[in-house]
Design a protein around this ligand. Structure first.
Ligand code: ZN
Ligand code: ZN
Ligand code: ZN
Ligand code: ZN
Length: 239
């Protein structure tokens, strides 16, 4: 779909064809991304879009031999650093992997969320195969991942390795961006807080009930000891 064009290397500024994966002049690794504003091509790491001048995402392509494979396409993932968050992306299907700590970081920081998800969402992929619902392996440990409802209430099912991280298929990103934009993550957190508060007050009630019971049974004992058969009457009145 994208015609090859001449772009400037983000490292040395040399004019390089967009199809190359390394700069001819300085051999920096290159990767094209779509401008979020005009969809024009630029190299990852460029400060501005050469077509419309929009500020580019502060993203960097890293050399990472341990990036693992895409759970769906089985090709090596590319490590990227976007606003200090590391993700690993599959160039073919557009899915991306977020390690557990990066994901936590991501969920707790709105700005990072916006840049990572905005960045990943700005990719255009030629043929995102509709993900088939099947269990896929974790890029780090190769164990099959669990499928879990993102933020519990989103209805977006993501693949997750409890130990290593979360895999997002390309089609899931716009939905997740939408969910987060509409405050879904905050609502989910709010809900969790409420259910935790519910649980706390339930435990408090239960403790109070137990306390009352033990006090009552203590009184009962005392009453029984003191007034014989009246004790059972008192306990009946209180029950
Ligand atoms: Zn260069
Ligand atoms: Zn642009
Ligand atoms: Zn893939
Ligand atoms: Zn794993």
């Amino acid at each position: 779909m994208n015609q090859p064009e001449s772009l400037n290397c983000p490292n040395c500024g040399g004019a390089v064809m967009s199809a190359l994966t390394n700069c001819e002049f300085c051999s920096t690794r290159l990767k094209t991304v779509g401008c979020a504003k005009c969809m024009g091509m630029m190299f990852l790491g460029s400060k501005f879009c050469g077509h419309c001048g929009a500020t580019a995402h502060a993203a960097e392509l890293l050399d990472d031999a341990t990036a693992g494979e895409c759970p769906r396409c089985k090709i090596r993932l590319q490590s990227l650093k976007i606003s200090e968050v590391h993700i690993r992306e599959c160039e073919r299907c557009g899915g991306f992997w977020s390690a557990a700590d990066a994901f936590e970081n991501l969920c707790s920081d709105h700005e990072k969320q916006a840049s990572v998800l905005g960045f990943a969402g700005s990719y255009r992929h030629e043929n995102p195969d509709p993900p088939t619902i099947s269990y896929v392996p974790c890029p780090d440990c190769s164990q099959l991942m669990n499928r879990s409802n993102f933020a519990r209430s989103s209805g977006i099912i993501v693949d997750m390795c409890k130990q290593h991280g979360v895999w997002f298929d390309a089609g899931e990103l716009p939905k997740i961006i939408d969910f987060i934009d509409k405050g879904g993550l905050d609502r989910a957190r709010e809900k969790e807080k409420i259910s935790m508060a519910d649980e706390r007050s339930r435990i408090r009630d239960e403790q109070r009930r137990l306390e009352m019971m033990s006090r009552r049974s203590g009184n009962m004992k005392f009453d029984e000891e003191r007034s014989g058969s009246f004790g059972s009457l008192i306990s009946k009145l209180f029950d």
